[in-house]
Structure formats: structure tokens, C-alpha cells
Design a binder for this molecule. Structure first.
Ligand SMILES: [Zn+2]
Length: 95
């Protein structure tokens, strides 16, 4: 796994600011056509002209179901972690 600094960009869906990408499958630089997701909301981006862009309808159609399944699994797990974190904060605040 390798994290690289990127030109800052803002998620078009939730407004989350990002300036890095973590490559989880290979220890390489991101390449054209790679996918990433917003860490806050899970919105999918594709690598185009060296930047993360909202995929076109054609690019979305080319995303393999296996990859969509992995993203969905990540989002479900993330939602569970966020929910547990919020519960923990609420417990601390009520004490
Ligand atoms: Zn987002």
C-alpha cells in the first residue's frame, strides 16, 4: 500500500477536501482509468488526464461488478465504523 500526495480536489458530491490517494492493490503510481472513492461519502472518481474526475456514463458502465462490489463492501464497513465512533462519542458526552 502506498499513499501519494495529489493536487487538492473537492468531492463534487459532499464537498470533502482531499489531497492524497492510497493505492491498495499495487505499489505504483495511479494511472489513467484507475478508480478512487471519496473517503467521506464513497463517491467514485476515475483517473483522467492525471487528475481524479467524475466518471462519464461510458466509464461508469466499464467498472467491473467485482470492483463495484468491493466499493459497496467498503462503504458498508465504513458506515459501521462511523456509527460505532458516533456511539462512543455520545457515551462520553453523556457521562
Ligand atoms: Zn464525498
Amino acid at each position: 500500500m502506498k499513499t501519494i500526495r495529489e493536487k487538492a480536489w473537492v468531492c463534487v458530491y459532499c464537498g470533502f477536501h482531499m489531497d492524497a490517494a492510497t493505492i491498495i492493490n499495487e505499489d505504483v503510481e495511479p494511472k489513467e482509468g484507475d478508480l478512487t472513492i471519496c473517503l467521506n461519502c464513497g463517491y467514485i472518481y476515475t483517473r483522467r488526464n492525471g487528475e481524479w474526475k467524475v466518471p462519464t456514463e461510458e466509464e461508469q458502465a466499464e467498472i467491473p461488478n467485482e470492483v463495484k462490489h468491493k466499493i459497496l463492501t467498503y462503504l458498508i464497513a465504513r458506515k459501521q465504523v462511523v456509527r460505532e465512533d458516533l456511539s462512543e462519542k455520545q457515551r462520553k458526552e453523556t457521562k
